[in-house]
Write a protein that binds this ligand. Structure first.
Ligand code: HEC
Length: 183
C-alpha cells in the first residue's frame, strides 16, 4: 500500500518544477550559442583605406602618436584578434570609425590650417584630461600608455605654434620652466 509520491526512486520524475528549470536553462543556453554564431555573420567594417597624407610631426612626437593614437585615429589600424569576434568587434569598429571621424591623421591634409591647429591643440587637451587614449583600450594595449616623458613631449608639441611642422617645437618662454631639459 504505497501512497503515490512515497517511492524515493521516482522522486526526480515527480519534481516537475526542477525538470522544467533544467529544460529552460538548456533552451536559454542553446539560444545564446545560436545568437553568438549568428552575430558572427553580421558584417563589420574593418577597412584600412589608403593613407592620403600624414600629420607632419617631429620624430619623437610621431613615435608616440603612432604607438598610442594611430590604432584608432588613422588608416593604419592593426585590427586585433578580438575585433573579429562579435559582439566586441562591433564596439571596436564603432570606436575606430568615430575616432577617424573626429580626427584622422591619414587624411590630415584635408583639414584647413585652422582646423589642423585646433586638432593639434586638442590632442594635448584630451591627453591632459586623461580622455585619450580611451581607458578601456589600455589594459589590452599597455604599450599605448603614455609615460610622463611622453606626455611632456606631446604637451610641448601640441602647444607649439603651427599647423603641424617637422621642426622640433620651440621652447616657449612661458609655461616651460617646469621642464628640466634632460638631453
Ligand atoms: C581605442 C581608440 C582610440 C585611441 C587609441 C585614441 N583615441 Fe582619440 N578618440 C577616440 C574616439 C572613439 C573619439 C571620439 C569620441 C570621444 O571623443 O570620446 C576620439 C576623439 C579624439 C579627439 C577629439 C575630441 C573632441 O571631442 O573633439 C582627439 C583630439 C583625440 N581623440 C586625440 C587622441 C590622441 C592624442 C590619442 C593618443 C594619445 C588618442 N586620441 C587615442 C578613440 C581613440
Amino acid at each position: 500500500m504505497n501512497p503515490p509520491g512515497d517511492n524515493p526512486s521516482t522522486k526526480d520524475e515527480r519534481d516537475p518544477a526542477g525538470g522544467k528549470r533544467k529544460r529552460v536553462g538548456k533552451i536559454i543556453r542553446n539560444l545564446l550559442v545560436v545568437l553568438f554564431v549568428v552575430f558572427q555573420f553580421v558584417p563589420v567594417e574593418r577597412s584600412n583605406p589608403p593613407v592620403e597624407s600624414d600629420i607632419p610631426a617631429p620624430a619623437d612626437v610621431k613615435v608616440i602618436l603612432k604607438r598610442s593614437c594611430y590604432e584608432c585615429h588613422s588608416h593604419e589600424t592593426a585590427w586585433p584578434w578580438y575585433s573579429y569576434v562579435a559582439p566586441v568587434s562591433w564596439l571596436v569598429a564603432h570606436d575606430v570609425e568615430e575616432a577617424r571621424e573626429e580626427m584622422n591623421f591619414s587624411t590630415w591634409d584635408r583639414y584647413s590650417d585652422k582646423k589642423k591647429r585646433k586638432k593639434k591643440h586638442e590632442c594635448w587637451e584630451e591627453v591632459e584630461e586623461g580622455e585619450m587614449p580611451l581607458w578601456f583600450y589600455l589594459p589590452l594595449h599597455p604599450e599605448a600608455r603614455l609615460s610622463a616623458d611622453d606626455r611632456k613631449v606631446l604637451r610641448r608639441w601640441s602647444k607649439s605654434a603651427g599647423a603641424g611642422s617637422l621642426e622640433s617645437p620651440q621652447r616657449d618662454d612661458e609655461e616651460d620652466e617646469d621642464e628640466v631639459d634632460s638631453d
